[in-house]
Design a protein around this ligand. Structure first.
Ligand code: PLP
Length: 431
């Protein structure tokens, strides 16, 4: 073991990206905390498989309890029931499968897509915005809809879904013989944390009989703050919902909270009951194997329980509030800066911006030159090892992204990020 640990230090650690470092501002977080790690160790030590109630009653009952706590914390209606999935990608795939099966009245589960098209019905269509996460398209491929049946809805200037465009696409598809099936709205898009307006989208989904799934992978955590609940306005019309405590609720990867208000559709979509899995209690208890793709399931509820009890809702709220305030501070710095400009609104914890020397001088650089300059700036600050950031493209523009969400990130770390950008050679030596 000594030798293995020595090799771990010397061979493995140098190749690790430190996701939980307080100056990790890249992508979206996969943060953790002491209580969560402790529970993860206990769970690994117990080696529990939480596939059936009988395979560890406490694991199932705790999962039901903590998922209901989470439901209340983010203000989901009473009839939502939850199950922990590994990732938001899996949860969205589950939602797409449920949408498919509800629409086909479980015909596709039985007879495949030929049963659907054989009865003269047009291809099922899924709608999401052009800013949605790639897991939606991946889900379409895996669930057999076909990537070409993904209709990308236009976004407004804040990168949120345009409900008018959604409705006209549904209508046009109907006229052409397609079968509109599901809309996936995003609360907190990956690029810029844009917010799709749930209320008008929900009304359209109801009018046209579509399943509505909400991907709030990062942003869902913010809804534990009463002052941020508005981001989920309209959620009472939604069929399913996912957010990731493993992103911004200090519960280490993986832990994704999937909620659905039609448990009977979920279990009818996924349930298969071979003799060897039957128990005497099947009618009385929840068997989470019927809530998703896997049979074997880890005991993830334990780490959520530890985190929720250790911090308490108020403790979690305090950290999130601080992250949100720091994001606003950086936003103001960018707005006031003579040579950085904002590229998207900042409703949450992620700032999209770029170095724009022309802001002060009025000298307009060709777009490719500006992109190359910002790429060079990103490479320089990342190579320095002081901070780690990533980029996106917004409206065709290369954008730096600073996402503030690590458990230990405090003001001093964000100040260091600002200084790393301001003092970079690319910025200082710009003539
Ligand atoms: N949805 C959104 C909006 C995301 O930003 C991400 C990842 O960043 C995902 C889904 C995928 O999350 P997961 O890795 O849990 O599948």
């Amino acid at each position: 073991m000594e030798e293995i640990l020595k090799d771990f230090q010397e061979i493995i650690l140098p190749g690790i990206t430190h996701w939980n470092h307080p100056r990790f501002f890249a992508y979206f977080p996969a943060n953790n905390s002491g209580p969560s790690i402790l529970a993860e160790l206990l769970s690994s030590g117990l080696g529990v498989n939480a596939m059936l109630w009988q395979t560890s009653p406490a694991a199932t009952e705790l999962e039901e309890a903590v998922m209901d706590w989470l439901r209340q914390m983010i203000g989901l209606p009473l009839d939502f029931r939850g199950a922990i999935q590994d990732t938001a990608s899996t949860a969205t795939l589950c939602a797409l499968l449920c949408a498919r099966e509800r629409m086909s009245q479980f015909e596709i589960n039985g007879g495949g897509f030929s049963a659907w098209s054989g009865s003269g019905k047009g291809p099922l269509r899924i709608y999401t915005s052009s800013q949605a996460h790639s897991s939606v398209e991946k889900g379409l491929k895996i669930a057999g809809f076909g990537a070409q049946n993904l209709a990308l809805v236009a976004v407004d200037e804040a990168y949120g879904m345009d409900p008018k465009d959604l409705e006209s696409r549904i209508q046009a598809d109907r006229e052409q013989g397609f079968s509109p099936c599901c809309v996936v709205a995003t609360v907190g898009t990956t690029s810029s944390t844009a917010l799709d307006p749930l209320k008008p989208i929900g009304e359209i989904a109801q009018r046209h009989g579509l399943w509505m799934h909400v991907d709030a992978a990062l942003a869902g955590s913010a809804a534990i703050l009463p002052e941020m609940r508005w981001i989920l306005e309209g959620v009472e019309q939604v069929d399913s919902f996912v957010f990731n405590p493993h992103k911004w609720l200090f519960t280490n990867f993986d832990c994704s909270a999937f909620f659905c208000r039609h448990p009977q559709v979920v279990t009818a979509t996924f349930s298969i009951l071979p003799e060897y899995l039957k128990t005497d209690l099947d009618r009385q208890v929840t068997n989470f194997r019927d809530w998703g793709i896997q049979l074997g399931r880890r005991f993830r509820a334990l780490k959520l329980w530890f985190v929720l009890r250790h911090y308490g809702v108020e403790g979690l709220q305090a950290i999130l509030r601080e992250h949100l305030a720091l994001a606003q501070e950086i936003k103001r710095w960018v707005e006031d800066s003579p040579n950085f400009e904002l590229l998207a609104p900042v409703p949450l914890n992620t700032i999209c911006f770029r170095f724009q020397p022309g802001k002060e001088t009025g000298q307009v650089l060709p777009p490719e030159e500006l992109d190359a300059l910002n790429k060079a700036l990103l490479d320089e600050v990342n190579r320095s090892g002081r901070i780690f950031m990533t980029h996106t493209k917004l409206g065709g523009k290369f954008s730096l992204r600073l996402c503030i969400a690590q458990t230990q990130t405090r003001r001093e770390h964000v100040v260091q990020a600002r200084e790393a950008l301001q003092t970079a050679r690319v910025v200082k030596e710009w003539r």
